[in-house]
Design a protein around this ligand. Structure first.
Ligand SMILES: Cc1ncc(C[n+]2csc(CCOP(=O)(O)OP(=O)(O)O)c2C)c(N)n1
Ligand code: SF4
Ligand SMILES: [Mg+2]
Length: 280
């Protein structure tokens, strides 16, 4: 299907967001062709930043959220209509700075939603300040002498918070990334994909990731093994990409609603969800 929109693309030439956007389009198209996904049942949302424009460039139902709140917005949509496939696109600053509590609680609740983080390790849109994932020593607008802080580890954070699908991809490995997105879209529960997305203007990490990443699936990693996933998440000398961990657990909406679909109940919009559930 045609996922193009008429919006003019304003990303810098060579930005890693292009690879991410095209990989996501391929993943959706392939799943639609395979009959595994209905594009009309999808809702996407983004935070604020260069990554936020992704929703302008995808011909899917979309909602521009507040900084760090895209995962919470799509969670609300999922609770109102559990038949939807919901996806949040967030930046590293957006997800792990402004919105970190929302990421932790989405994982803890096993919210049936996909969170895709454009991790360029920099605040791109605001022109180059350090973020929670910036390397120690990163020189940017707010850290001209180099960041004195250690970077946060997003995979360990989500694993420790209870995420049931934890993956890392790299825009320079497009085919592999498409495969991860397809699996994440089909996962029932909280699916987290941290995407290494170089910002060519403020933090060009292409050659670093080309030289240092390797694919977990090539080394026989077992994604059912939590301890192995944890060990891989902590690895820093080489950078593993792939599916670290996947497990099936009841989702938040399964436990809260069972077979109830609040959006199908013809109630006035002001009806509180607690009222609908208590009438079940
Ligand atoms: C609550 C709030 N704080 C700060 C800002 C300013 N702001 C807008 S975009 C942005 C940086 C976003 O960086 P990131 O989430 O990493 O996305 P990127 O631009 O790198 O894709 C900031 C700090 C804001 N809009 N709202
Ligand atoms: S500033 Fe960086 S992240 Fe933003 S569009 Fe340009 S290259 Fe991409
Ligand atoms: Mg960023």
């Amino acid at each position: 299907m045609n996922l193009e929109t008429y919006a003019e693309n304003t990303w810098c030439k060579g930005c890693g967001n292009f690879g991410l956007l095209n990989s996501f389009k391929d993943a959706v198209n392939e799943l639609v062709e395979e009959g595994a996904l209905k594009a009309e049942n999808m809702v996407i949302s983004s935070g604020i930043g260069c990554h936020g424009k992704t929703v302008d460039y995808l011909n899917l139902n979309s909602f521009y959220s507040l900084h760090g709140r895209a995962i919470s917005c799509v969670s609300g949509m999922k609770i109102a209509n559990p038949n939807l496939t919901v996806v949040a696109f967030q930046g590293d600053g957006d997800a792990f700075g402004e919105g970190i509590a929302h990421v932790i609680f989405s994982a803890k609740r096993n919210m049936d939603a996909m969170l895709l983080v454009h991790d360029n390790m920099v605040y791109g849109l605001t022109t180059g300040q350090f973020t929670p994932t910036s390397d120690k020593g990163f020189k940017g607008k707010s850290t001209p002498r180099g960041s004195i802080e250690e970077p946060m580890n997003p995979l360990a954070l989500v694993l420790a918070s209870g995420g049931t699908f934890v993956a890392r991809g790299f825009v320079g490995k497009r085919k592999h990334l498409v495969g991860l997105f397809k699996k994440a879209l089909l996962h029932k529960g909280f699916s987290f994909v941290n995407v290494l997305q170089p910002c060519v203007t403020f933090n060009n990490t292409y050659s670093h990731f080309r030289e240092n990443t390797y694919i977990l699936e090539d080394e026989g990693h077992d994604p059912a093994d939590f301890q192995a996933a944890w060990d891989k998440a902590l690895e820093t000398e080489r950078i593993p990409i792939g599916l670290f961990y996947q497990v099936e657990k009841p989702t938040f909406t399964d436990l809260l609603l069972e077979d109830l679909v609040p959006a199908e109940r013809r109630k006035p919009p002001s009806t509180a969800i607690s009222e609908i559930i208590s009438e079940r």
